[in-house]
Design a protein around this ligand. Sequence first.
Ligand code: HEC
Length: 169
Amino acid sequence: MVRSTHSGSRSNTRKIAGFALWLAVLATPALLTPAMAQLPDGEGKTETETICKQCHELERSISIRQDRAGWQTTMDKMAALGAQGTQKQFDLVVDYLAAHFAADEVPRIKVNQARAIELESGLSLPRSQAAAIVEYREKHGAFHSIEDLKKVPGVDAAKIEAKKDRMAF
Ligand code: HEC
C-alpha cells in the first residue's frame, strides 16, 4: 500500500517534470525571438514598416541612428538591393526615419564613466584599446579632452579623432 503510493507519486513527479520540460521547449523560441520592433507613430510609419521588413527584420532597419543624408543613403542602398515601393513611399520612409531615428538621439559615450565594453561598441574601438583606456583612466584619473585620450599608449589617435563627436568628457 505504502509502496504503491510511493511509486505513484514518483511517476507523478516524472510527469510534472516531463510537462515542465515540454513547456520549456515550447517557450524557448518565444524567448529567443527578439520582441517585434515597435515603431513610433508618425507619418511614414506604415510605409517604413512595410518596406523595411521585406528582406530583413525591421529591427535591423532601425538599428542605426543617422541624419537625413545618412538615411537617404541607406534608402538608396536598399532600393538598389531591390526594395519595392514608389518614389513617394521611399521619400516618406526617409522623412520618417530622419525624424524618429536621428543621429543626435544616440547619447554620447561618457569617456570618464564608460566601461570597456561601451567604449568598444560605442566608439568602434578594438577591445585592447578600450581596455587600455579604462586602465589608463584608473591610474591617471579623468580625461579632460580628446587630446588626453590620444595619450593613452596603444590607442589609435586617428580612430579617436574619427569618433570625437560621439564622446562626452
Ligand atoms: C531588397 C531587400 C531589402 C530591403 C527591402 C531593405 N533592405 Fe536593408 N539590407 C538589405 C541587405 C541585403 C542588407 C545587408 C547589406 C550589406 O550588409 O551590405 C541590408 C542591411 C541593412 C542595414 C544594415 C547597415 C547597412 O547599411 O548595411 C540597415 C540599417 C538597413 N538594411 C536598413 C534598411 C531600411 C531602413 C529599409 C527600409 C527602407 C531596408 N533596409 C529595406 C536588404 C534590404
